[in-house]
Design a protein around this ligand. Structure first.
Ligand code: GAR
Length: 197
């Protein structure tokens, strides 16, 4: 059965685009049913609509101080489209256990580091600061602990002598656009074995 996929974004949505393009390219075990952003200005919303994917916005700001209410509103949008798989793709809100637990085993995230290194933010600057010679990105299953769930796949890039956080981020993002579609394809087909690109 074709797996129904919802994607959460917060910004430009380049990873979302790579996922949707791959799903729409044919012969894919999944289909995109919703792109949801927590900000009506997220650039990815128009890109999703242009690709013919339904969009929704749940602005987190009116829910300030009440994360469970924000998450209930997110879940309400998901209930309307009944996804099998939820992909976080640059979704920059922390989700609590109340939201994550019912999705565990069905929610994926992409993170711009070779997990378990550099959980959280500023991953590229921190990798440079630490003198890493190699950096990359990971797709993992989401568990309640931040950036901590089982790793499905990783892609690596060399760190170059003259790298800045921005040049390194750009090199990693290119790999993200290869890694996430590959990981979703495998996952939607029922393959949970870890891989390296
Ligand atoms: C990506 O680099 C993604 O790995 C990162 O945000 C960027 C979103 O770009 N995610 C995180 O840092 C999650 N903690 P995009 O909107 O163009 O896909």
């Amino acid at each position: 059965m074709i797996q129904r996929v919802a994607i959460f974004i917060s910004g430009g949505g380049s990873n979302m685009v790579s996922l949707v393009q791959d799903m729409l390219s044919g012969g894919h075990p999944a289909t995109p049913v919703l792109v949801l952003a927590n900000d009506a200005d997220a650039g990815g919303l128009k890109k999703a609509a242009d690709m013919g994917v339904a969009t929704a916005v749940v602005d987190h700001r009116p829910f300030k101080g009440d994360r469970p209410a924000f998450e209930a509103a997110l879940q309400l949008e998901l209930d309307k489209v009944q996804p099998d798989i939820l992909c976080l793709a640059g979704f920059m809100r922390v989700l609590t256990e109340g939201f994550v637990a019912p999705w565990e085993g069905r929610m994926l995230n992409i993170h711009p580091s070779l997990l378990p290194k550099y959980k959280g933010l500023q991953t590229h600057a921190r990798a440079l600061e630490a003198g890493e010679t190699e950096h990359g990105c990971s797709v993992h299953l989401v568990t309640p602990a931040l950036d901590d769930g089982p790793i499905l796949g990783q892609a690596r890039v060399p760190v170059l002598a003259d790298d800045t956080p921005d040049t390194l981020a750009a090199r990693v993002l290119e790999q993200e656009h290869r890694l996430y579609p590959a990981a979703l394809r495998r996952f939607a087909a029922g393959d949970r074995t870890r891989f390296d690109l």
